[in-house]
Each structure stands twice: as structure tokens, then as C-alpha cells.
Design a protein around this ligand. Structure first.
Ligand SMILES: Cc1cc2nc3c(=O)[nH]c(=O)nc-3n(C[C@H](O)[C@H](O)[C@H](O)COP(=O)(O)O)c2cc1C
Length: 217
């Protein structure tokens, strides 16, 4: 079935994208405004886009036309934020911070989340998150009147000690992070515990397979 995006409403385009582009990792962002008012909220239009420079991107919308979400307003104002990753144990707290509170509310307090000061940026990180990335704003790409793509340079990453297998080799026990991803609709999530392994195929092996294949003639 063809869904012609020119012929359907913005809500339906959103619905099709979030129902199919799954699972999406969740950036649980802590930011603050110029007066130091803290804010936390989750965003699943999120991924890492480059290792050099180390760049993450987050698609952040508006509460209503003309009223930016607090996270985007804060990042535009202070150019710093922390991306915390969400583990299974933090799912409920993450969900509380998604409530569309007024800007004066500190969602970290509402969800009773402990924070730890960051090293390079002003917003703190969330203690329960096994991974946190301190980020500086590179650029905001405006995506029409209501949405913006925030590109952040990762200046430091914190990883919980027990999931670091070998610090010298930067080896992480990824399954042990127990991160969750966002699925379709508003309330579905995925665990990252159902894994399979598949090695890359060296080009030389592929050529070998072709030359060993029985002739078609
Ligand atoms: C798992 C999850 C993922 C979300 N992803 C996004 C997203 O990618 N972009 C967005 O604009 N809002 C997203 N939201 C909604 C925001 O978290 C919500 O609007 C929040 O209140 C924004 O807070 P703020 O105004 O304090 O920044 C998501 C909500 C949840 C629960």
C-alpha cells in the first residue's frame, strides 16, 4: 500500500514514521535555562551520526505552534545539554519527565531523580542512567515551523563502572546496559535483550563464493 506523504496530514505522516522506524533509542535530555532552571525530557527522534567529530542529533518539536519545547529553548539559550540513555530500571521515571509541565517545573524533582554534576557543561547528568553524554550545541537545523534538529558535539561520556569491561580498550558490556528503545504508538517500548550476531562478509570471501558457484550454463 502506498502512503503519499503529500496527500496526508502532518499527524498521519508522524504516525507512519514512528510506527515503522523502530526501535528508536531515547535521549533523556537534561538542560537548563540562562537562570539555571533545570529541565529533563525524553526524545526518541535521536541517534548518533558521526564518530569524528562525535555528533548526536535530536529532533525536538514544539508544544504548540510558536511555543518551543523547554529543552530546545534551553539548548538554544545556553548551548549545553546532557544526553542520558535510558535503562529498563529508569523507564517509569523517564515517563514522568515526559509530562508536558509548564517551564518552571523541574521534572527531575517531579520524578525524584538524583543528579550528578557534569564535568564540562552546566546541566548535571541523571544518576540512574548507565551512560551520559555531555554535549555542546553545534547547530540547530530548523525543520519547518514546528520542529528542529539539534546537533550536539559530545565532549565527554560517563559510563557506569560495572559495564566497562576494559577501560584501556574502551570496551563496554553493551547488553548489560539494558537500554530500552521506543516502539510504535505512544506507549510501546522494546528491551535490548533479544540479540543475534552476524559477522561482516570480507569482500575477498564474496568473490571466492562467486567463483566456486556452479556454472549456470
Ligand atoms: C519515549 C518518549 C520519546 C519522545 N520523543 C520525542 C521526540 O523525539 N521529539 C519531541 O519533540 N518530543 C518527544 N517526546 C515528548 C516530550 O518528551 C514531551 O513533549 C516533553 O514534555 C518535552 O519537555 P520539555 O518541554 O521540558 O522539553 C517523547 C516522549 C516520550 C515519552
Amino acid at each position: 500500500m502506498l502512503f503519499d506523504f503529500a496527500a496526508i496530514s502532518p499527524q498521519d505522516r508522524y504516525k507512519l514514521l514512528v510506527s515503522t522506524v523502530t526501535p528508536r533509542p531515547i535521549a533523556w535530555i537534561v538542560s537548563q535555562n540562562a537562570h539555571g532552571q533545570l529541565n529533563a525530557a525524553p526524545f526518541s527522534f535521536f541517534n548518533a551520526f558521526s564518530g569524528d567529530p562525535p555528533v548526536v542529533g535530536i529532533g525536538i518539536g514544539s508544544h504548540e505552534p510558536g511555543r518551543l519545547k523547554d529543552t530546545r529553548r534551553n539548548i538554544r539559550e545556553t548551548r549545553e545539554f546532557v544526553v542520558n540513555l535510558v535503562s529498563e530500571e529508569a523507564a517509569q521515571a523517564m515517563n514522568i519527565t515526559a509530562i508536558e509541565f509548564e517551564p518552571s517545573v523541574n521534572e527531575l524533582e517531579e520524578a525524584q531523580l538524583e543528579t550528578i554534576p557534569s564535568v564540562y557543561v552546566k546541566p548535571p547528568r541523571i544518576a540512574v542512567s548507565p551512560v551520559a553524554m555531555e554535549c555542546e550545541l553545534m547547530q540547530i537545523v530548523e525543520l519547518g515551523p514546528n520542529n528542529g534538529l539539534v546537533l550536539g558535539r559530545v565532549v565527554a561520556m560517563h559510563v557506569r563502572d560495572d559495564v566497562v569491561l576494559n577501560q584501556a580498550k574502551n570496551e563496554i558490556d553493551t547488553p548489560k546496559l539494558k537500554l530500552i528503545g521506543r516502539m510504535h504508538g505512544r506507549g510501546w517500548y522494546a528491551r535490548t535483550s533479544d540479540l543475534f550476531q552476524m559477522d561482516r562478509i570480507p569482500r575477498a570471501n564474496w568473490k571466492l563464493r562467486e567463483s566456486n558457484a556452479p556454472s549456470q550454463r
